[in-house]
Write a protein that binds this ligand. Structure first.
Ligand code: URA
Length: 280
């Protein structure tokens, strides 16, 4: 069967096809033919005995389409490994190193680099978004693209800047083509961001947009209902005040919601004024 359509697509049409399929960046300089990679030996598989008994037959080694180092453990195992690993990280640096070496989330294989955090780990306020996009993947820092510029203005609206705020994402690797992270990917990354929040220990946690809010504040309500309300976030060692507000990318698409967002920010500023930090 011939799979190449007639007439054969030109380069422009092929690129348009890739873009539509979510392939919007090159991972390496040269193409890699996964199908021609050498066989990885696999253990002989015993074949069930029948009557009369036959000798155990060895099944020929199969060719994995993905190199073994890129095969993540099954989601349930990865979640358990992530929980155990994140729990043991004594510092943010240790947590970052753990994530650098963590093989449980396949997003790591398609991302350029880990996007751990930006800002001040001593900050009294922490913002958490969903996942890095293209600009963040290139720079290795959260919220540096267009929505990052708006986040900077939101932070400035409460009299702060990145030197007085800490910024991270629920997912620290860019999903290919900016697709929505799967529920499994979110669950695998969740113990790490939870530990990150516990270690930063801010007075106020701000979740940006629906995915971050629903994941961290354990609610199924949409952002229109959750925004502007105070939640208790239990870090495991302390309960901190948390508020959801619109994701800056959403505000770029729907600027009429900026007014509500400024209301949320005013409430956040007031809470910061009222909250006395344990370290101050
Ligand atoms: N959107 C996010 O949720 N996080 C980023 O870091 C950038 C865009």
């Amino acid at each position: 069967m011939d799979l190449i359509p007639e007439p054969a697509p030109n380069i422009r049409q092929l690129l348009a096809f890739y873009l539509e399929a979510g392939v919007d960046c090159a991972l390496t300089e040269a193409p890699v033919d996964r199908l021609s990679e050498p066989d990885a030996p696999i253990a002989p598989v015993p074949v069930r005995e029948t009557t009369p008994a036959r000798p155990i037959r060895e099944v020929p080694a199969a060719t994995p389409a993905v190199p073994r180092s890129e095969i993540a453990p099954p989601p349930e195992a990865a979640i358990a490994i992530a929980r155990e690993a994140a729990r043991t990280a004594p510092t943010l640096e240790a947590l970052c190193t753990l994530l650098e070496n963590f093989e449980g989330c396949a997003l790591k294989n398609t991302a350029t680099r880990l996007v751990f955090a930006d800002g001040n780990p001593q900050a009294r306020i922490m913002f958490v978004g969903e996942a890095p996009g293209r600009d963040e993947d290139i720079e290795g820092l959260p919220f540096v693209g267009r929505s990052g510029k708006l986040l900077d203005r939101m932070i400035a609206a409460i009299g702060l800047d990145r030197s007085k705020a800490y910024i991270a994402n629920v997912i620290p690797w860019r999903p290919p083509g900016n697709r929505t992270p799967t529920p499994q990917e979110t669950q695998i990354c969740l113990p790490f961001i939870q530990r990150q929040i516990e270690l930063v220990n801010p007075d106020v946690l701000v979740t940006l947009g629906n995915p971050s809010t629903q994941t961290l504040l354990s609610t199924r309500e949409g952002i229109m209902r959750t925004r502007g309300k105070w939640f208790d976030y239990d870090t495991g060692t302390r309960t901190i005040r948390a508020m959801a507000t619109f994701h800056p990318a959403y505000l770029l698409r729907s600027p009429s919601y900026k007014r509500m967002s400024w209301q949320d920010l005013r409430a956040i500023a007031k809470a910061l004024e009222q909250t006395v930090s344990p370290s101050s």
